[in-house]
Design a protein around this ligand. Sequence first.
Ligand SMILES: [Zn+2]
Ligand SMILES: [Zn+2]
Length: 397
Amino acid sequence: MTAQNGWSRRNLLVAMAAGGLLAAGRSGRGLADAGPDGIADEELARKLGLDIPPERLAEARRFLARHPAIDVHSHPGRFFMSGVDLWDPSMQMFAAQDGAPQISVADMQAGGLGAACFAVVADMKSLVLTETGLHALRPLAPGESWDDCRRQMAEFRRVLASEPIRLALTARDVIDNHQRGQLSGILTAEGGDFLDGRLDRLPQVWSEGMRSITIVHYRVNEIGDIQTETPVHGGLSAFGADLVREMNALGFIIDLAHASYDVVKQAAAITTRPLLLSHSHLQHEPAAHTRLISVEQARLIAGTGGTIGAWPAGLTQRNLGDFVDETMRLIDAVGIDHVSVGSDMDANYRPVFDNYRQLPLVVAMLGMRGLDEDALAKVIGGNFLRVFAAAQVEAES
Ligand SMILES: [Zn+2]
Ligand SMILES: [Zn+2]
C-alpha cells in the first residue's frame, strides 16, 4: 500500500511525528494480544513498569463499577477511516496507515469504560503532513467535508448496529447505560468544517445524534483561528460567534480543543453554557508545544463552568505516570471541577494511554496522588456529565 500510493517510509515517520490524528500506532494491539481478555491489572501494571499496590487496583475496579468513566474525546478504532475510498488521492495519506480500523469493544469492556465520545474528523480530506506537522494544504470544495462527514457518521451508525455500544444523547443516557452495564457512544465532530459556514446544518446533525463539535481543527475554517496556524480571523469570525450562540440554543457542547487563545477568550465571553476543551494539557518548561494551552486559557474554560480533557499525548509524556502528572497539573491550575480525560484514543500522537485496559491503572494512580472518591468521580466522568447536562438545560426554549 505504501509503495503503491507513493507514501514513503519517511512520510510515515513524519506522520508519527506530526502531532495528533494520524500518528496512532495502535500499540494497544500488542497489549490485547499479550493475553486473554481479563488480563490482570497487576500484570499490566508490571509490564508498564508501574508500581501500583494490588489493593489500589482492586479499589479502582470497584470505583469504575460505581461511576461511569467517560472519554471526552476519542476515535475508537479510527472509525473515521472506515469505508474510505482508498483510491481517492486525498485519502492516500490515511490509507497508508497500518491495518484496517477495528474498534476493540473488548478492551473498552475489560477496562471498565462507561462512555466514549466518537469524533468524526471534518477536515481530514484537506490535511497533509509536513515537517512541521499537520496542515490543511488541500483546499476543500464546498460540500466536500459535509459529504465525508456523512460517510463517517454512517460508519458510527454501523458501529452502533454491530457492537454492544448504545447511543447516548443525554447525560442521563450515559448514567442509565452504565447502570445496565452497557457502554455508551456519544457522537461528536472534530472540526466544524462540515458546516460550510451554514448554521442550518446544525439541526440536521443534532437530529442524527451529534452532541458536541470541536469547532476548529487543523484547517483554518470559516469559524475561527487555530493553535497551529497564523491567526487570520482575530479569534472567532462573525460566523464563529453566531455558531457559538446557535450551538448554545440547540444544546450542543462547544469544544475548543485546537482553538487559539483568542477564540477561547471570545467564545467564553459569548457562551451561556459551560465550555469543553476536550484534549490538551498545560504548557510548561521545557516542553512547550503549540497544541498545549496556557494556564490562562485553561482558566477561561473553567470560568464558564466547563472542563478540560487531559490528553495523554507524547508531546511531553513518555508513560502513564507522566499522564497522571499532567492531569494533576491541570487540577492544580483550574480545580477538581474542571478536569476530565480526553484520550484521543486510536488517533493520538505517541499515546501513553493507548488501550482502555489501562483505565483502572489511571484511576488507581490518580487515587495514589490523593484524589478521594468524590474527586476521582469528577475527573473520570462527573465533570463531563455536568457540562453535557448543562448544555441541554432549557436548550429548546
Ligand atoms: Zn485533536
Ligand atoms: Zn482527535
